[in-house]
Design a protein around this ligand. Structure first.
Ligand code: GDP
Ligand code: MG
Length: 453
């Protein structure tokens, strides 16, 4: 997702940071690189021009000297980019019943996103029900039901009924016991009169607390007109952008939404249920600039972990007291998070680190072995895995008992050291308070060291 843009932005900040002489020529050169890549990312030309003019004009502010000058320019770039990405507007649930209606054209990603959002809020302790009101496309409701079943979320559909309103009325009573109802609707190839009428009818019947427009990233700047058109038909409260993983032009849709003042709540980054991220312009940007984003990572870990386990894991993560069981749980979660490559970009300092291939991939068989290993360990050994390193005879005994090779036990210990060390260095900061630049640099340094095998 926007990899090229991120790469150039990181190179740019490096160039500025490493420059001995920060003269007009260098700044001009950097601006030219920036312009090219921002336009490639489909960001509106007038916004790009505004950004470069502002940097040109303010880069050489006479009052700022020496090293501060570099920071000043990087900050200028950061602030200008934040400005074009729009403000952070989270999707907040109300205490009373929430009804979130999803709208969008055919194939925008509504049904997939309905199930992602359902799962997201169910994991956060809400009583969620999905309802399928796409009566036009054959198999549309079956698709929703399958996704809901897979994630153990209640779902109401009625394949025989051809009137969306009737389905809503049929289940309205049963829906009362849920605090969050997510409504999947039909799309069309374009926003024609028929679709507008249908949306308006559903809107007055359901009285949604949020109306979310789903748009795929590959429509680029056309998002602006689409958002406006839907906005004119009904009151859109927010946008979710899907397929941010599959196009380099995602910058276009993001900035188009910011321009139309349609807040982007979430972005979809893949087809799986956990491929969803809350959109926070500043953490999005810090990731593009290569500063990593530990908070997003913690959020993601939270989203794939069940309520009960979540608290314990969060606590061990913050305290740096990870047990062997936690390690296995972590590696399982990483699989669900989309593999280590995706996670890597969120950890400060790891963005460009080389991770030996296969180190965290293809873990299924490994995990099964590890689970056998744990069963053959004494409680004493589980509590203090260091014992195994001190007395290798223990490793031989466990290998025998678990029917695995001693190298399997060593690989588990290595993983344990790696993860424990990584998260231990993250101890002592409160994720809800964010993380300071200094802490970030310290973490990056530690992670960098840990990852060299
Ligand atoms: P709908 O017609 O608006 O309900 O769209 P669907 O939810 O059926 O999605 C259309 C296609 O887009 C499906 O193949 C989805 O798997 C895919 N899709 C949805 N969201 C994403 C995403 O964030 N990334 C990728 N790569 N594919 C997605
Ligand atoms: Mg659909």
């Amino acid at each position: 997702m926007l990899e090229k843009l991120g790469e150039v932005l990181r190179k740019t900040t490096d160039k500025i940071a490493n420059a001995i002489f920060l003269d007009k020529n260098l700044v001009d050169m950097i601006i030219r690189d920036l312009q090219r890549v921002l336009i490639e990312a489909d960001i509106n030309i007038s916004l790009v021009k505004e950004l470069s003019d502002k940097i040109k004009k303010e880069a050489f502010d006479e009052r700022i000297k020496g090293i501060d000058k570099k920071e000043h320019i990087i900050k200028l770039l950061h602030d200008e980019l934040i400005k074009i990405l729009g403000e952070y507007t989270p999707l907040k649930l109300q205490k009373t019943q929430n009804r979130i209606m999803f709208l969008g054209l055919y194939g925008a990603g509504k049904t997939t996103t309905v199930s992602k959002i359902g799962n997201y809020f169910a994991k956060r302790g809400n009583k969620v029900a999905l309802i399928g009101l796409d009566v036009h496309r054959p198999a549309a409701s079956e698709q929703l039901k399958q996704l809901a079943d897979k994630n153990k979320i209640t779902c109401f559909i009625n394949e025989k009924e051809k009137k969306a309103e009737k389905i809503w009325e049929k289940y309205e009573k049963e829906l009362q016991e849920y605090n969050l109802i997510i409504i999947d609707t039909a799309g069309r190839h374009a926003l024609d009169k028929e679709l507008i009428d249908e949306i308006k009818n559903l809107n007055s019947l359901i009285k949604p607390t949020e109306t979310i427009l789903v748009m795929p990233a590959d429509i680029g700047q056309a998002a602006k007109k689409q958002a406006q058109d839907f906005q004119n038909a009904v009151q859109i409260t927010g946008v979710i952008i899907t397929r941010m993983d599959s196009t380099a032009k995602g910058g276009g849709v993001l900035t188009a939404c910011a321009e139309t003042k349609a807040p982007v709540y979430f972005i979809g980054t893949g087809e799986k249920v956990n491929d969803l991220e809350e959109f926070n312009p500043s953490s999005f940007l810090s990731r593009l600039l290569g500063m990593g984003d530990l908070q997003t990572l913690i959020e993601k870990i939270r989203s794939v972990t069940d309520e009960g386990k979540q608290e314990k894991l969060q606590k061990s993560l913050e305290e740096g007291n990870i047990s062997l069981e936690d390690v296995i749980e972590q590696v399982k979660n990483m699989g669900q998070l989309g593999g280590f490559d995706k996670i890597k970009s969120m950890i400060p300092g790891l963005g460009s680190a080389k991770i030996p291939e296969g180190i965290l991939e293809n873990q299924q068989t490994k995990i099964a072995k590890w689970e056998h290993i744990l069963k053959s360990m004494t409680p004493e050994e589980k509590a203090d895995p260091e014992l195994l390193k001190k007395q290798t005879s223990r490793i031989a005994r466990i290998a025998n008992g678990a029917g695995v090779h001693t190298s399997d036990i060593r690989s588990l210990l290595k993983q344990y050291d790696l993860l424990n060390g990584m998260f231990k260095s993250g101890a002592g900061f409160d994720p809800s308070q964010g993380i300071s630049q200094k802490q970030m640099q310290k973490l990056a340094k530690k992670f960098g060291k840990k990852m060299r095998f």
